[in-house]
Design a protein. Structure first.
Ligand code: HEM
Length: 484
């Protein structure tokens, strides 16, 4: 008998003598709202009827397990294997599954994550399966171009294995396949290179989580990187399809990464962004001058500069030009933000648009929280990054260490000097020698950036908190110890 889940918790799913024992046949019947929705985890039986609509991964996903075991699904969405989620599941416990059924019910499959690429050890892992990891803050700002091995990874499913010789990209307009492009066909299009940052919608979520509990991976400030991307322009490929932009509303992208039901990761962008050559959307096959690595979408990844990472679909399998937005979980029920008063009991995902262009943000990368730093000539050196979505240039970064009584303007040390107005896809690296008070043993540094539209970061997380922890762009605050 093989258990895919290595439950850390000893209590989750173990036999409980105080509860009733059910057989599999009875549990199988509970696969609908009317009779109640039950699931099995190891030896435990759970009534999740009331939780289904509150599931952060969406009702359609959790319903795949209705009346049966969640284990094969959690082998893929292995980020569920946390103490917090075990406790949540155990709170819905109603009984046990009979011993003979446990054997019947256990899974003897290969781990879908057994063929993941080898990753750099410096990455801090926030989720092992699917793999989600970020570099340490101090490495992040060492260079304007983030080294590929240190670029954050946010996968949603196992990394697919793709043979470049058989790779094909399907181009669909409405419901009709118009073309299939082989890898070599994509390379025949004019080669186009851009430098662009990509940022995860949950970057800096761990700070927002301190305001109030939320659901999501605990990202630090490193779910962002800046790289050189080379490939074919989406506008050139779409032009060849002779589409009338007015007839459609969205361009959907599907990946080769599949969930247990065979549904691919998918997302979409508005049609104007896909068709407009000035938006610089490219089908990248190179990252930093090398073949794009598996973790970043080998062999082809869509790069939508200025737009949340989730729309930069990896392992591209299909481009679909449609009237409809992508109906995927990640477009409809995730990567959306709500009012701080919206919670899992009253959230209606259909009321919010999918996140596309990102808001202005900055972070202090050096020093790091609680670090002791040397004061030299009454000053400390502070470094960080700033970025805004939609190609908006960073025009200023303000830094204070007296709670905003005095703001000092940082030096903007590196930005894309070739960028044209409205096409600042790269991040800006900044630094400042910040004056500190004499004999002061501790100080809190705050940073905020301003973009070309004079958008500025909000002061705190309190009024931008949202239940899934997206768009975490409040002032970045770092407390450090000083050595005079
Ligand atoms: C009763 C069982 C379940 C519970 C208590 C549960 C709980 C949760 C929680 C708390 C999250 C947010 C985690 C985070 O983002 O850090 C989550 C996300 C998610 N869940 Fe579940 N879940 C259950 C069953 C399932 C099943 C059966 C599936 C798939 C078939 C599933 C698929 C997902 C997906 C796709 C996400 C989003 C992950 C991401 O952001 O990449 N869940 N679930």
């Amino acid at each position: 008998m093989v258990h895919i889940i290595n439950a850390k918790s000893i209590s989750c799913g173990e036999f409980r003598a105080d509860l009733k024992t059910y057989n599999l046949e009875e549990i199988n019947k509970h696969d609908n709202k009317k009779d109640g929705i039950w699931v099995i985890f190891k030896q435990g039986v759970y009534d999740i009827t009331d939780f289904v609509d509150k599931h952060p991964g969406g009702p359609s996903k959790i319903l795949m397990a209705a009346g049966s075991s969640i284990e094969p699904f959690w082998a893929i969405f292995a980020n569920h294997n946390t103490q917090e989620i075990y406790e949540l599941l155990e709170s819905m416990r109603i009984g046990n599954i009979s011993k003979e059924n446990v054997v019947f019910n256990t899974i003897n499959e290969n781990d879908p994550y057994s063929k993941e690429p080898i990753r750099h050890k410096a990455l801090k892992i926030n989720g092992q399966k699917p793999f989600c990891a970020e570099p340490p803050p101090s490495l992040l700002i060492e260079s304007f171009i983030t080294p590929t091995e240190l670029f954050y990874v946010r996968n949603h499913l196992p990394v697919p294995e793709i043979d470049i010789k058989t790779y094909s990209l399907e181009l669909i307009v409405g419901e009709v396949t118009r073309k299939e492009l082989k890898f070599e066909d994509i390379k025949k299009y004019p080669k186009y290179t851009i430098t662009s940052a990509i940022m995860c919608g949950g970057n800096r979520r761990s700070e927002m989580a301190k305001e109030k509990q939320l659901r999501g991976l605990s990202w630090g400030i490193g779910a962002v990187g800046n790289a050189i991307w080379t490939g074919a322009r989406l506008c050139d490929i779409l032009k060849d399809l002779k589409i009338n932009e007015d007839d459609y509303n969205h361009v959907q992208f599907e990946g080769y990464d599949l969930d247990p039901s065979g549904t691919p990761y998918s997302a979409s962008i508005p049609i104007h962004k896909g068709m407009d050559c000035r938006a610089d959307v490219i089908l990248a096959y190179e990252m930093n001058g090398q073949i794009i690595p598996r973790d970043h979408g080998f062999p082809v990844r869509v790069i939508v500069p200025g737009v949340v990472g989730a729309r930069n679909v990896k392992w591209l399998a299909k481009i679909i030009v449609t009237k409809e937005e992508s109906q995927s979980q990640w477009q409809q029920r995730d990567y959306k933000a709500f009012s701080p008063s919206t919670d899992w009991d009253n959230v209606d995902f259909s009321t919010a648009p999918a996140i596309q262009e990102m808001p202005v943000i900055s972070a202090i990368c050096k020093p790091e929280p609680s670090e002791t730093i040397k004061v030299i000539n009454g000053k400390i050196n502070v470094k960080g990054y700033a970025w805004s979505g939609g190609g908006r240039k960073i025009i200023r970064v303000d830094v204070t260490n007296d709670q905003g009584k005095t703001w000092h303007t940082a030096n903007l040390n590196a930005e894309d000097y070739n960028a044209k107005e409205g096409k600042y896809w790269s991040w800006t690296l900044w630094s400042i020698d910040l004056p500190v008070k004499k004999d002061c043993k501790e100080t809190e540094i705050w940073a905020k950036a301003v973009d070309a539209s004079y958008n500025v970061q909000p002061e705190s997380f309190r009024n931008i908190w949202n239940l899934r922890g997206f768009l975490c762009n409040a002032y970045h605050r770092v407390k450090v110890k000083l050595e005079h």
